[in-house]
Ligand binder design. Structure first.
Ligand code: ADP
Ligand code: MG
Length: 322
């Protein structure tokens, strides 16, 4: 097991960190949201922690797919791994710029080196059962069944009914097991950089003969990929910031109860009992369980607005080895 660093915090930002509910998704919306996330990150750095950050990309990889679909008569569409790499540049740029300007506002640019975002690949297995069972919704909602049929024939896309209505493309979301650029992340962190990595769960690649890597059509869950990187870095703390103030039992029902402090054994029992649906709270809880089982000191899940408190251990749901 990797030795854990109490002063290293790994933060996973949800899709709402960039486009919150009700936003149209203009560049102004993106900058405002990125700046709010950056302010939380910089406060933590001011406390003397080193910070690595990852982010989701569900909405953005869907937007890029729609652009490609809409323009395909003129511009050949690219593959999903390439679309994923675009979201790392897009959201990575927003974060490093917002962090830089927050540091500048606070007069910290001379004390903190700054932030850097990586184009970052994550390895998945060619025999992962997820290839046979696509679950991750991306892109537009379709209501015309004939169009859905045509697109599945023409492109081989798989569609499923979205619980929120309509049909939506689903893509496989295989389980990540290795971050390809982990040594680069370590080097940057130990040189004082705030590092943005594993964005959107990382660009999915499979390992072939002689160690060759081939990109594939999937979107990895960003919380599960974040755990793989946080563990490899030896982070002490793994913090997931989203749009809900913690993990609930009986979520959405009468008597729903928020977990405040929970042991990993207890949380795993709730996970097995099915309190957390796949595709939203499920992977966050699973990532937290894995992080602690792999030797992490603490995992936490909470609202982005309360990010500073969640990191300090006084907000959200806090998960401990016992
Ligand atoms: P992110 O973009 O941050 O990854 P997700 O939408 O994937 O966010 O997951 C967060 C959502 O999980 C919340 O908005 C909430 O509606 C949903 N959720 C489902 N089950 C639970 C639960 N048991 N406790 C808390 N939130 C839950
Ligand atoms: Mg999610």
């Amino acid at each position: 097991m990797v030795r854990r660093d109490e002063k290293l915090v790994f933060i996973a930002l949800g899709g709402n960190a960039f486009q919150s509910k009700g936003d149209r998704g203009t560049p102004e919306d993106y900058w405002r949201n990125a700046t709010a996330a950056a302010e939380t990150i910089v406060r933590i750095v001011e406390e003397g922690y080193r910070v690595a950050v990852t982010h989701g990309n569900g909405p953005q990889v869907g937007i890029i797919s729609e652009w490609m679909e809409g323009l395909k008569a003129r511009i050949p569409p690219q593959t999903l791994d390439i679309a994923g790499s675009m979201t790392q540049g897009w959201l990575g740029y927003l974060l490093v710029q917002a962090i830089h300007n927050t540091l500048a506002d606070r007069g910290l640019v001379d004390r903190v080196r700054g932030a850097v975002a990586l184009v970052n690949r994550v390895a998945v297995r060619e025999d992962d059962p997820a290839w046979q069972n696509p679950t991750k919704f991306i892109g537009a909602w379709y209501t015309d069944e004939a169009e859905v049929e045509r697109l599945s024939k023409e492109k081989g896309w798989v569609f499923k009914r979205d619980p929120r209505g309509g049909w939506r493309r689903v893509v496989p979301s295989p389980d990540p097991y290795r971050n390809v650029e982990v040594e680069a992340v370590k080097t940057l962190l130990s040189n004082g950089w705030i590092v943005v990595a594993s964005g959107g769960g990382g660009i999915p690649v499979v390992e072939k003969e002689r160690g060759k890597l081939v990109g594939c059509e999937a979107v990895i869950d960003k919380d599960l990929a974040g755990e793989v990187l946080a563990t490899a870095l030896g982070a002490g703390h793994f913090v997931i910031l989203t749009d809900v103030d913690g993990v609930y039992l009986d979520f959405g029902r009468d008597g729903a109860r928020r977990l405040e402090r929970v042991s990993v054994d207890e949380l795993e029992q709730y996970y097995r009992e099915g309190h957390f649906p796949p595709g939203s709270m499920g992977p966050k809880v699973l990532a937290s369980i894995r992080f602690i089982r792999h030797g992490g000191l603490r995992a936490a899940i909470g609202h982005l607005r309360e990010g500073y408190d969640v990191v300090r251990g006084v907000g959200g749901t806090q998960v401990f080895p016992r």
